[in-house]
Design a protein around this ligand. Sequence first.
Ligand SMILES: NC(=O)c1ccc[n+]([C@@H]2O[C@H](COP(=O)([O-])OP(=O)(O)OC[C@H]3O[C@@H](n4cnc5c(N)ncnc54)[C@H](O)[C@@H]3O)[C@@H](O)[C@H]2O)c1
Length: 268
Amino acid sequence: MSDVLKRMRLDGRVAVVTGAGSGLGRATAHALASAGAIVAVTDIDSLAATNVADEIAREIASEISGDAGDNRASSFTMDITNEDQVESVMAGIVEQHAKIDILINNAGVGARTATVDLTTEIWNRVVDINLNGQFICARTAGRYMVGMGSGAIVSVASIMGLTGGGKHPNAAYHATKGAIVNLTRSLAVEWAPRGVRVNAVAPTYVMTNLTKRLLEDDETKAYILANTPMHRLADPDEVAAAIVFLASDAASMVTGHTLPVDGGWMAR
Ligand SMILES: NC(=O)c1ccc[n+]([C@@H]2O[C@H](COP(=O)([O-])OP(=O)(O)OC[C@H]3O[C@@H](n4cnc5c(N)ncnc54)[C@H](O)[C@@H]3O)[C@@H](O)[C@H]2O)c1
């Protein structure tokens, strides 16, 4: 009989998480480590990445006696829009650990602005990070994975990549998240014969630095809760759990899929 919990374990897998210095990336880095993975905590914010890697090491050390935990998480400064930096960080990870098994393509930004006021500069910045940056990371990690004949990529899209939007205009965000949904399908189809699975999650609203100001507005919060059948926000750990599932062998037949983690938002 197959042991499903064993299939969820990631012992010995090498995972790279982008934008892991806060919010969903941080929760995901913790979740991957707790499932057994060796985690490369990467972020454009070096200090934030270092702090998260330290937190993980301390957590492992407190759970496993005799393990200092510092071989299970390391931090890297990595701006996902900087091709040279992404390539050199990933090459360094491969040099140290011989492989990359998992990429969590998480880093992203928004720009809530009425489209008539949305400058090309802001549009380009969002596209550069949310779409071009995720592409650069997927291509770079994908080269190692395709070469190895195995791997799993999970991208963080959004329910806003599956619908026309929420309460506030955010066209660049919606467009890039929609593009991630189809990039996920495209890479999944291309790399399925090479043993690499590519999936995405589409979270609803989660309280993070990205959404703090929005979610502190009572009217907006009420709108979100009214449109969520489960009548609450998602917790970062709930998104991280879905990501771990998609990255693990428990999802070995799942590819090209975007999994909403949304309390029923998309089911309405
Ligand atoms: N919070 C939500 O409600 C929500 C909902 C759906 C999807 N998401 C998505 O989740 C992902 C993570 O967002 P979050 O809510 O945790 O936000 P966050 O602001 O807490 O975290 C984003 C992290 O990405 C990093 N970052 C920004 N630009 C970067 C770059 N160029 N290169 C590398 N790192 C960079 C930041 O330093 C930060 O640590 C994003 O893709 C976001 O679109 C968030």
